[in-house]
Design a binder for this molecule. Structure first.
Ligand code: NAD
Ligand code: FES
Length: 279
């Protein structure tokens, strides 16, 4: 069992849980994730390790409550526990060791960008972060990223920072030159838009993909993605890939496959059947 030691609300539907996971806290690398199961019979949920405190033996999980299982997870309070946390899983981020990196985070994807920016900063790379949300209350991880370098905040409605999408600010940053690599994590249309900006400039672009995952071992095929001419598995070959090679249409198509099922489960949860399947 993995005890929740702290909980905070980062935006209207995004919660941070700091949980005890001694071994993972000590060995995790930027870009890696865990698969959690709240209780017996619960769904397995892949979550990025947004931060870790090796001394305290804790990791930070950032959860967007979008369906039944994620809502059950964010209902946990400090003192309660998660039954299983498997990981760290996946490859660590390809980090450059000098130069200047642009880290772009859209919405909850900003939590995934944070450990990448930490890893870059540790290597002495200059980090510029561009992060965005629908409005001020949806912007997350701004103070944490500000400790690692320059941060440009964008909001869709202009209520905070720059008015517009993260891609608008990214276009300007790229036009200024001097960017050696781009890391982009967020909604699929955002990552595709970033890849379309950087492709003609020849700037290497890494994106983090979040297809449906089941076993996390490369056996079930649930997380397959198209990259270049290959079919790869996000859980064992990723979750980060060359953004210029990702088949974003296929990814969108596969992400929509389970939407109806998830909607039904979410509705049942709202009507009080949230604990079904959990002991
Ligand atoms: P959101 O829809 O509120 O968008 C966040 C920001 O992304 C916006 O403020 C904007 O700056 C940018 N953006 C959105 N659409 C864009 C577009 N078409 N072009 C350019 N920029 C755009 O995001 P959210 O609700 O916080 O995130 C939800 C999505 O992120 C879900 O689909 C989720 O699956 C995905 N997600 C991806 C990862 C990952 O690893 N790739 C991790 C977590 C969540
Ligand atoms: Fe099953 Fe990746 S989650 S193959």
């Amino acid at each position: 069992m993995h005890k929740v030691v702290a909980k905070s609300q980062l935006s209207p539907n995004v919660t941070r849980l700091d949980v005890v996971a001694q071994r993972i806290a000590q060995i995790r690398q930027p870009g890696q994730f865990v698969i959690v199961r709240r209780g017996e019979g619960g769904e397995r949920i892949p979550l990025t390790i947004a931060d870790a405190d090796p001394a305290a033996g804790t990791i930070a999980l950032v959860i967007q409550a979008v369906g039944k299982s994620t809502r059950e997870l964010v209902a946990l309070e400090p003192g309660e526990a998660i039954m299983d946390i498997a990981g760290p899983l996946g490859h660590s981020t390809e980090l450059i060791s000098s130069g200047r990196a642009l880290c772009i985070g859209g919405g909850v994807g900003t939590a995934v960008v944070h450990p990448i920016a930490q890893g870059l900063k540790r290597r002495g790379v200059a980090v510029v972060s561009i992060i965005g949300g629908r409005s001020k209350e949806w912007v997350i991880f701004e103070p944490e990223l500000a400790r690692l370098g320059e941060v440009v905040v964008c909001t869709d409605d202009g209520s905070y920072g720059r008015h517009g999408f993260v891609t608008d600010a990214a276009r300007e940053a790229l036009a200024g030159g001097g960017i050696d690599i781009v890391y982009a994590v967020g909604p699929v249309p955002m990552m595709r838009a970033v890849a379309n900006l950087t492709r003609p400039l020849g700037v290497r672009t890494i994106v983090s993909l979040n297809p449906v995952m089941v076993d996390g071992t490369g056996m079930c095929g649930g997380c397959r993605v198209g990259v270049g001419n290959e079919t790869l598995f996000a859980c064992v070959d990723g979750p980060e890939f060359d953004g210029h090679l990702v088949d974003f249409d296929l990814l969108m198509d596969r992400l929509s496959t389970y939407r109806d099922f998830e909607q039904k489960a979410s509705t049942a949860c709202s009507e009080g059947a949230c604990k079904v399947g959990l002991k």
